[in-house]
Design a protein. Structure first.
Length: 421
């Protein structure tokens, strides 16, 4: 079976690698390290399909080291030992460059074994991960490595790879390939910053296109059909998930309906309806809260409807609710109050509940001051009477501060008038 186009079309120079100009442009640190010929242990961190493996292959050729590749999802400790054993053979005369893809799947013991073999210098490690290495990689390995972050590739850069892929297939298939600029741009945009996805789309589009008068004619319709879902970059358990849901809630909090609807669309296109609903409800309570409390049942009703009808129709009530949250006044007085109270409780502040608030129970003969002494507010004018509710040790505590929105200021004016009496 032929290797994917992305593997058959590996760049032959640093300038052929699309994207990552913040690392590989002339004068940038990583480029200078590679050109020096002395390669330290490296960790490449970033989304898939942005050139991590490509660059590792290039570095191995540049340094004349034997290139070994393992994948953290399938490799074992025995595989690591086998790579180390190769350093004592003719293949390992110039050293071995081990490319470990998805290092985050190695457990601590496996990473400790790896550490033993990179410390003596016979193995140079280039590890890649799609997750934050500071959370997933053993500290001892991190301290002996340099971390470089790879980023999604911009469409204009990916267009260069698409055109190079077309030229490569022309030579390989010994036929002319006709594709318009709009289709090239669509592939570059729809791949979501993933060059490998773009290359796959190029190859599939060419293979799916008819041969007309001795040339392959790639239509926009064919390209669109083969790339319509490829732009969704998402991992429900990874950084991408948390980045999207964070941006989604922060956009609602920031009252930006355009951004909030965009991130909602990304969640829904990834099929993550529960996250879209959960963050929406949290934001309605946390960020709108008492500024517009009537919004809570409205948002809840929209979420109920979305869960009942499912996708794709769920997008309609959710979009309505997201836009309402964005446009609603904001207040965090509620969450601020409960967080302050929780902080005091966790700090051990409390004490006995005031006698007048306790549940009615029998007073023993040893109690010289029998009775509960609770004042029933509804027996007093305006349904209010002053009495102590907090424990003695916290009776001066203030957790809730009225927000500066119209709704809470109306509450404040009402109670200020009553309590002054």
């Amino acid at each position: 079976m032929a290797a994917p186009l992305a593997d058959r079309l590996r760049p032959q120079s640093l300038d052929d690698i699309v994207g990552q100009k913040h690392l590989l442009a002339k004068g940038k640190p990583l480029r200078r390290i590679i050109e020096s010929g002395t390669i330290p242990n490296l960790i490449f961190y970033g989304p898939s399909g942005v050139g991590k493996t490509t660059l590792a292959n290039y570095i191995a050729k540049k340094t004349n080291k034997t290139f070994k590749k393992l994948n953290g999802t399938t490799a074992s400790t025995a595989d690591i030992k086998e790579v180390f054993a190769s350093t004592d053979t003719l293949l390992g005369l110039n050293g071995v460059l081990l490319y470990l893809d998805e290092i985050q799947y190695f457990n601590k013991k496996q990473q400790q074994t790896l550490l033993e073999y990179i410390e003596n210098g016979k193995i140079t490690l280039i590890a890649s991960t799609t997750e934050n290495p500071y959370f997933y990689v053993y500290n001892a390995i991190l301290s002996r490595s340099t971390v470089f972050e790879f980023k999604s590739v911009e469409p204009k850069e990916i267009e260069k790879a698409v055109l190079r892929g077309i030229d490569f297939l022309c030579d390989e298939m010994k036929t002319d390939i006709e594709i318009d600029d709009e289709s090239v741009s669509h592939i570059a945009t729809a791949c979501g910053g993933d060059v490998r996805k773009a290359m796959n789309a190029v190859e599939l589009s060419v293979l799916a296109s008819p041969e007309i008068e001795g040339r392959r004619v790639v239509s926009y319709e064919t390209v669109d059909e083969l790339t319509q879902k490829s732009a969704v970059r998402y991992d429900k358990d990874g950084d991408e998930h948390y980045d999207i849901v964070s941006a989604y809630q922060k956009s609602m909090r920031g009252s930006d309906p355009d951004a909030a609807v965009h991130y909602l669309a990304r969640l829904l296109e990834a099929g993550d309806l529960p996250s879209a609903c959960r963050r929406l409800m949290v934001c309605a309570a946390e960020d709108v809260g008492l500024a517009y409390p009537n919004l809570l049942p409205i948002v809840n009703a929209c979420v109920d409807m979305a869960m009942k009808v499912g996708l794709p129709e769920a997008r309609i009530p959710l979009a309505d609710a997201v836009i309402m949250v964005c446009n609603a006044p904001k207040s965090i007085s509620g969450i601020t109050a409960i967080d302050k109270a929780i902080s005091d409780v966790r700090a051990g502040k409390g004490g006995p509940i005031p006698r007048q608030l306790q549940n009615k129970h029998y007073d023993g003969e040893d109690n010289p001051n029998k009775g509960q002494f609770y004042k029933y507010p509804h027996s007093f004018p305006n349904h209010y009477v002053e009495q102590q509710y907090l424990p003695d040790s916290l009776k001066e505590a203030r957790y809730y501060e009225y927000g500066d929105n119209k709704n809470e200021q109306a509450y404040k004016a009402y109670w200020d008038k009553i309590k002054e009496k």
